[in-house]
Write a protein that binds this ligand. Structure first.
Ligand SMILES: NC(=O)c1ccc[n+]([C@@H]2O[C@H](COP(=O)([O-])OP(=O)(O)OC[C@H]3O[C@@H](n4cnc5c(N)ncnc54)[C@H](OP(=O)(O)O)[C@@H]3O)[C@@H](O)[C@H]2O)c1
Length: 296
């Protein structure tokens, strides 16, 4: 099995490299010229928005499978940097599809709950998408590129990824712990509701799907649904931090640049009951995160 992992510097990509099954021949790529924490012998830099570069990489590597964890993930930034967001999330997907066709590779692509409008979550795999912001529109367009291709593919939708990473990628749990340890008050929205997902759970689940050659659309996220405010309280609890620094606020008052799906969430019944994937509940995920920090 030869697998190409894209976005290997990212919050998810790093853990995909870490949990590659024994005997699997992995090549890892990202846009950065050098890699400080991916073994040089498996790292091949590539800007996925450049078609010839992608074709050259995939012709050379000849992967059986491609796990696409590369993306433009700055939800608010996407409203202002629309061209770049579209290039990285949609044009790069077109390039991957074209290159994968030449070597008959399957694509495992990571998508998001932001393709839904958050009026009546949690959402099932076949619910109708209707993104509110540009990031969600670009991620939906990428899904459509893949669905319109002749390739075997999997779309794994996830939400609110957190977890450890070598280069401390920005993520909610690490950010909150830092703030509370510094005794800084924070305002956390009470009306954005959904699952929260440990990057390690998602990485391991994706590998299971690759090993089984599973194809289809599946929601892979933590098994519980809660508000971001309640998540913050649980984080403070698990890490013994000062809960009184966490102040509730509504999304309307918080004024993020991009609109957010409010009553969101991904129904993970298919992942758990049909596919047998192991997904943590909130406290379980946070305790695994804590153990990883303490043992690093
Ligand atoms: N994080 C979340 O809460 C969340 C929630 C739902 C779904 N997802 C989806 O999950 C997947 C993984 O997310 P993540 O949080 O791991 O993302 P991430 O940490 O932002 O990692 C994405 C990686 O892709 C790289 N990249 C950007 N432009 C590229 C290009 N032109 N060519 C090659 N690589 C490029 C990024 O490099 P730079 O850092 O230099 O840009 C980064 O290393 C994405 O598809 C995302 O949409 C994430």
């Amino acid at each position: 099995m030869k697998v190409l992992i894209t976005g290997c510097h990212g919050l998810l990509g790093q853990r995909l490299v870490k949990y590659a099954p024994p005997g699997c021949d992995v090549v890892a790529t990202d846009v950065h010229k050098d890699s400080q924490f991916i073994r040089a012998e498996i790292y091949r830099p590539c800007d996925l928005t450049v078609r010839d570069a992608v074709i050259n990489l995939i012709d050379t590597v000849q992967p059986n499978d491609i796990i696409n964890a590369a993306a433009f993930t700055d939800v608010d930034g996407a409203e202002e940097q629309r061209d770049l967001c579209w290039l990285v999330n949609v044009i790069a997907m077109e390039n991957l599809v074209q290159a994968a066709r030449r070597v008959h590779a399957d694509i495992y692509h990571v998508s998001t709950d932001y393709i839904f409008n958050g009026e009546n979550g949690p959402y099932r795999e076949d619910d109708t998408p209707n993104p509110l912001g540009f990031y969600g529109q670009s991620k939906l367009a990428a899904e459509q590129v893949l669905k319109g291709s002749p390739l075997n593919f999997t779309i794994a939708r996830t939400m609110v990824l957190y977890g450890v990473s070598e280069n401390n990628r920005p993520e909610f749990v690490g950010w909150l712990i830092k703030k509370l340890r510094n005794n800084e008050p924070v305002h956390i929205v009470t009306d954005q509701i959904g699952n929260t997902t440990l990057n390690d759970d998602l990485a391991r689940a994706l590998w299971k799907l690759v090993r089984r050659s599973y194809h289809g659309v599946v929601h892979i996220a933590g098994r519980e649904i809660l508000s971001r405010y309640d998540f913050a309280l649980k984080i403070a609890n698990v890490f013994n931090l000062n809960v009184s620094l966490i102040n509730p606020i509504t999304t309307a008052d918080f004024r993020q640049k991009a609109p957010r799906p409010l009553k969101s969430g991904l129904n993970v019944d298919k992942a758990i009951h049909t596919l047998g994937l192991v997904l943590s509940d909130v406290e379980g995920g946070l305790r695994k995160y804590k153990a990883l920090i303490e043992n690093s």
